[in-house]
Design a protein around this ligand. Structure first.
Ligand SMILES: C=C(O[C@@H]1C=C(C(=O)O)C=C[C@H]1O)C(=O)O
Length: 489
């Protein structure tokens, strides 16, 4: 799988997304039909076509090379799951919302748009056809600081060009939005012209192997502030006010004059090669890009089937296999970590009771390796009583106590004051949904925000009655090792 990307990364091999004459005509026909529908419904209607790309084409490389300044883009990849990748470029529709109803609002608006879309029948690659890609901030009301400009509380884009890959097959969906008084031919031509501007496929950029200017990471707040926050949280837990709260910290990466953060695409190229078992994702809005290599699946829906993962309890990794498995054994035996983990499993199962005919979790957690950390993990599956959209299901589960706390009504309001930072999209759900409401969202952990002149990295830990502030600070350092070294070179 790891070799596929390099195959297409040969320059000068023709257009990245070739569109044959008959496909162009079909998009115009779909746009004409969409215009009729739009006039009848008095609202804009989506028109799209889906075409094959040469086998092995690399969606991430195509999107990264073709992006024009400020154009929104999304990447969602898990290479070790049969080479799955879903990427989007541009936005023909931007669905945005905020407040406690944000998940449902976007689910309803997307379902209405998708139901009327004039599109090709599916060709069998998951995520092809009309899709909405994007994500959600950690809190219902969204980011509060300038750093997250462009990232709203809830944001799903229908890309101009969506690419879906699986097992070497790659499908490209080109979309136009046709308003009641639009000229359908012009709408189709605009869409095709954008895809034609992509030019030839080019390789992913490389991280500079020997940067002249280096950057230094520095905690946004003194580490002692974090330890004090953990100590205060432990007091409240021991006083019986709550069982668990997740507290995070932020590390800023800045360099001397002239230093610029590495290119997002170069970092993503390394992340997807190096981090098996993680979902590698990126959401670009304006000049900023939010990146993650996360081990935490929030929800996957395929028809009536739902999958999620309880992930909590952490130890470090080791290059010595004997030490690595010893650390895993110790984690499995740790009462503190097992309890921290059990809180997450219980809460997920309780939430699923509202929508599932049945749900099932493994009786005991297993240990999984993810980038710089090892975690306790319990896969959970459920059968839905009725097929709620994956976006609504994400709203039902988010935030789990793996990133929030328990009980929520006590823990969640304490987080901003104890942390003293704006989480933005850190620990929020990011992913995709198709026209049927199937799709997948991960929790954006091991994440960073690339700003024009600096990088912000985030890491948090679950605090319980037995937490030790120094040990929790050390655990944030383990998690930060996933992205910090890559983004500060
Ligand atoms: C909060 C983070 O990770 C979460 C917290 C964990 C823990 O407390 O052990 C483990 C995995 C994640 O659910 C993070 O990576 O920032």
């Amino acid at each position: 799988m790891a070799h596929d990307a390099q195959v297409v990364a040969r320059p000068g091999r023709g257009p990245a997304v070739p569109v044959a004459a008959r496909d162009r005509e079909r998009l115009t026909r779909h746009a004409r039909q969409a215009a009729q529908r739009a006039r009848r419904l008095r609202t804009a209607v989506l028109a799209s076509i889906t075409v094959d790309l040469p086998p092995g084409a690399d969606p991430l490389a195509i999107v990264a090379a073709g992006r024009e300044p400020g154009e929104p883009w999304t990447v969602y990849e898990q290479r070790d799951r049969d080479g799955r990748s879903i990427c989007g470029l541009g936005a023909v529709v931007a669905l945005e919302a905020s407040g406690p109803g944000r998940f449902r609002e976007l689910a309803v608006r997307w379902a209405a748009l998708a139901a009327e879309a004039v599109a090709d029948l599916g060709g069998g690659v998951e995520g092809e056809g009309p899709v909405a890609l994007g994500g959600f901030a950690f809190t219902d009301d969204g980011p509060t600081t300038h750093a997250w400009e462009g990232f709203s509380a809830a944001s799903l884009h229908v890309p101009r060009l969506a690419l879906a890959a699986r097992g070497g097959r790659v499908r490209a969906t080109i979309s136009a939005l046709v308003a009641p008084d639009d000229d359908p031919r012009a709408a189709a031509e605009r869409a095709l012209a954008r895809v034609d501007r992509l030019g030839a496929a080019t390789p992913l950029p490389m991280l500079d192997p020997d940067p002249v200017r280096r950057a230094r990471p520095a905690s946004a707040l003194p580490p002692a502030h974090y330890e004090e926050a953990v100590a205060r949280a432990v007091e409240r837990i021991r006083a019986g006010r709550m069982e668990k709260i997740v507290l995070a910290r932020e590390v800023l990466v800045r360099g001397s004059t002239g230093w610029r953060p590495p290119e997002a695409a170069a970092a993503l190229g390394v992340m997807r090669e190096a981090y098996d078992g993680c979902c590698v994702l990126a959401v670009g809005r304006g000049p900023r890009t939010f990146l993650a290599a996360t081990p935490e699946l929030l929800v996957r829906r395929e028809g009536h089937r739902l999958a999620t993962l309880a992930l909590a309890g952490t130890t470090r990794r080791s290059s010595d296999p004997a030490v690595e498995s010893h650390l895993a054994e110790t984690l499995l035996r740790s009462t503190k970590d097992r309890e921290e983990h059990a809180i997450v499993v219980r809460r997920i199962l309780r939430r699923l009771e509202r929508v599932a005919l049945w749900s099932t979790a493994a009786p005991a957690p297993q240990v999984v390796q993810a980038a710089s950390a090892q975690h306790l993990a319990t896969p959970i599956r459920a059968q839905l009583a009725e097929p709620r959209s994956v976006i609504e299901l994400a709203g039902l589960l988010h935030p789990t106590p793996a990133v929030g706390g328990f009980p929520e009504d006590v823990a969640l309001p304490m987080i901003p004051a104890l942390e003293g930072m704006d989480r933005g999209w850190y620990a929020g759900p990011v992913g995709w949904t198709d026209a049927a409401g199937d799709g997948e969202l991960c929790v954006a952990l091991r994440s960073a925000l690339l700003e024009p002149e600096q990088v912000r990295c985030f890491a948090g830990v679950g605090v319980v009655a037995d937490s030790d502030p120094a040990a929790e600070l050390a655990e944030t350092e383990i998690k930060l090792q996933a992205l910090l070294p890559l983004l500060s070179g």
